[in-house]
Design a protein around this ligand. Structure first.
Ligand code: SF4
Length: 425
């Protein structure tokens, strides 16, 4: 069960016409996540004037529709409300990527008033955070209580909430349960992102170089490294996550993708959806045509591509039945379901978004495969760089190159694919 690129819409985003700009607000954080992209190097919160300048550059160079504010933990920045107000004043949306730990209701109201579009929460069982202190977490579902608490806070204020988890071999089999729970709570959650854990391998036989010199790369010098043991374990790719979801939610479908920069068969971003009502009944998914129409129409009218819908589309998705046969199919299913009991027509509906991101992969020849036309580029020393590898620029002055011997290369090539675990939905 594999998605076919020819059935999907390749996001038309590029280096200079990209819906998203990535703003690094601070390198300070209040928790710890496995594989974190950012190390605390003592830079702390960036001055507001510098952040405003970076927002202007992102708008100018990227033609952004929305700015993703990241770090570190962006809400710790003392000028976060003013920064959001500034982004809004330039006519762009804003999405804060937060662990939620310090996000109070009072701050949320201020952020909303300043024009914030929403918050994308990263909360998962791999994190070390004060709320989890008393126990070892063994399941992704144990974190749901905290997710609900934050989702309710967001709903009260009337802001968009998105939840993301890092997918590892340990929680891979829990994806269907996480999705089932998210759909059951769709009154609180607009969508989810599943980020497949990756890192620079630290193993015998791989040497790293920057500016022509060999550099020491280890767990302490770079947050996103993977150990020998992790290197030897099963490899998860975006198609595995797709297949796992499809097994348990046959109505789910992928619509949109970004490929890799090296291999033609890689999916780096694979975005899909499932049209579902508040009782958990699914009707299908909108197809690639819907996204194509939305992106094209938005670009024609606004002059830029779209990201971060401010409101849920709800039953209005069925208007796309005129242009998208996947929506037509879903609409007829909805009609049959409603005609059996007309009260069912009034249950809320959402097109629930499911994003899969396969972060950069080191290939057996030492090259690193990135996302084609990376949407998450940030400004660093007057240039655009991939935010997931920003720390290489910060620490070593440029992207690392790897020299790799035959044995290490074989280790990278030898990866077993993780088996799909079937269990009852
Ligand atoms: S290349 Fe890195 S920063 Fe860019 S979209 Fe992919 S994972 Fe994100």
């Amino acid at each position: 069960m594999q998605p076919e690129k020819r059935d999907l819409y390749r996001l038309p985003w590029s280096m200079n016409d990209n819906a998203i700009g990535w703003l690094e607000v601070t390198d300070i954080c209040n928790i710890h996540c496995q594989g974190c992209y950012r190390q605390i190097l003592g830079e702390g919160h960036k001055p507001l004037e510098q952040l405003k300048e970076e927002v202007r550059l992102l708008k100018e160079w990227r033609n952004c529709d929305g700015i993703s504010l990241a770090g570190g933990e962006p809400i710790l920045h003392p000028n976060i409300v003013e920064l959001i107000r500034y982004i809004s004043s330039l006519g762009m949306k804003s999405m804060i990527l937060s662990n939620g730990y310090a996000l109070t209701e009072d701050l949320l109201w201020k952020l909303k008033k300043a024009g914030l579009t929403g918050v994308s929460f990263h909360i998962d069982s791999t994190q070390i955070r004060p709320e989890f202190k008393k126990r070892e977490l063994t399941s992704e579902l144990e974190v749901n209580e905290l997710r609900v608490k934050l989702g309710e806070r967001m709903r009260k204020v009337g802001l968009y909430a998105h939840f993301g988890i890092t997918v590892t071999k340990d929680n891979f089999k829990e994806i269907p349960d996480f999705l089932k729970w998210s759909i059951e709570n769709m009154h609180l959650i607009n969508g989810i992102t599943l980020i497949i854990f990756r890192g620079m391998p630290v193993t015998e036989g791989i040497e790293y170089y920057a500016k022509g010199k060999k550099v020491e790369v280890n767990m302490d010098s770079l947050g996103y490294t993977i150990s020998d043991e992790e290197l030897a374990s099963d490899k998860i790719i975006a198609q595995d996550v797709y297949a796992m979801i499809k097994e348990h939610f046959p109505d789910y479908e992928a619509t949109t993708y970004l490929g890799g920069t090296i291999n033609q068969d890689t999916y780096k971003w694979l975005i899909g959806n499932i049209i579902v009502n508040s009782k958990g009944k699914s009707f299908g998914a909108y197809g690639s045509r819907t996204v194509e129409w939305i992106q094209t129409f938005y670009h024609l009218v606004k002059g830029r591509y779209m990201v971060y819908a401010r409101k849920r589309i709800g039953k209005k998705i069925f208007l796309m039945a005129l242009l998208d046969k996947a929506v037509r199919k879903a609409f007829f299913k909805f009609l049959r379901y409603g005609l059996a009991n007309p009260a069912r027509f009034f249950y809320p509906i959402n097109a629930f978004g499911i994003g899969i991101v396969q972060a950069p992969d080191m290939l057996p020849d030492g090259r690193v495969e990135m996302c084609d036309d990376c949407p998450d580029m940030c400004v660093f020393e007057g240039k655009l760089v991939n935010s997931c590898r920003l720390d290489e620029h910060r620490k070593f002055g440029e992207l690392l190159t790897a020299k790799i011997d035959k044995k290490a290369s074989q280790k990278l090539a030898d990866k077993k694919r993780i088996p799909i675990v079937m269990h009852d939905n």
